[in-house]
Design a protein around this ligand. Structure first.
Ligand code: ADP
Ligand code: MG
Length: 245
């Protein structure tokens, strides 16, 4: 039996009367990888942002560690929010800070770690993603793949319970994709709870325990990777997979 790390109940999101999420229900399971696939504009990024409260849902609830995040006060929301890490397509590193500082900033400011403790922990995570030797480099001197690995180290340094990735390889040159996927694969083997929005279908098939196919603000189909790709139940899923595989 899997245990839900996060439960989503009837989540909707509207922008100016336009309903972008139309009632999302599901569970993000502890120690597992959920991949979200679907056409551009189907609401994948909006869903991640609604769940981690970067842009709160219009209605519905997000239950994390026994608390409904949509009803949590600001202070407990900040606290819970720190436990959901996020890695973006565009890295979002601070260009005027070194790699090391990018990783230590959060732990120093938010977790109030001493510089020494923060540096020590940051080096551990930079090693984990193979970027320790670039600790004193600035983001501009790195390849996209290296930047993304630093962004992953930065997220890990906050010791999140759950890690969200929004198309982590979409902005990369093809030759940089593999090194980032390898880091994510490694985290999966260590049973990190992750949600990955991706267009890398072969990767999704390999790494995901569960897949959601989203279209038009809804989860059209949920299944394990093998079933979803080999025996899609819904016409829409079949059509999408034929186009992207
Ligand atoms: P995906 O990540 O699957 O490509 P998004 O979640 O980015 O899809 O977008 C889903 C829909 O919501 C799109 O039609 C997009 O234009 C709309 N949308 C997303 N963010 C906003 C926003 N801040 N304001 C207005 N519309 C938005
Ligand atoms: Mg998106």
């Amino acid at each position: 039996m899997t245990k839900a790390a996060i439960e989503l109940k009837d989540i909707t999101k509207e922008f100016n009367g336009n309903q972008v999420l139309k009632g999302i229900n599901g569970e993000i399971d502890e120690g597992q990888v959920l991949a979200i696939i679907g056409p551009s504009g189907s609401g994948k990024s909006t869903l991640l942002r609604a769940v981690n409260q970067l842009a709160a849902p219009s209605s519905g609830s997000v239950v994390f560690e026994g608390q409904d995040l949509t009803k949590a006060g600001k202070q407990s929301l900040n606290h819970l929010g720190e436990k959901i890490g996020m890695v973006f397509q565009s890295f979002n590193l601070f260009p005027n800070h070194t790699v090391l500082d990018n990783v230590t900033l959060g732990p120093r400011r938010v977790k109030k770690l001493s510089d020494e403790q923060a540096n020590q922990e940051a080096m551990h995570y930079l090693k984990q993603v193979g970027m320790a030797e670039k600790a004193n480099a600035y983001p501009d001197s790195l390849s996209g793949g290296q930047k993304q690995r630093v962004a992953i180290a930065r997220a890990l340094a906050m010791q999140p319970k759950v890690l969200f990735f929004d198309e982590p390889t979409s902005a990369l040159d093809p030759e940089n994709v593999g090194e980032v996927l390898k880091v994510i694969q490694q985290l999966a083997s260590e049973k990190m709870t992750m949600v990955i929005v991706t267009h890398e279908m072969h990767f999704a098939k390999q790494v995901a325990d569960k897949i959601w196919f989203m279209d038009d603000g809804q989860i059209v189909e949920e299944n394990d990777a093998e079933s979803l790709f080999s025996h899609p139940k819904e016409e829409k899923t079949k059509h999408f997979i034929e186009q992207v595989l």
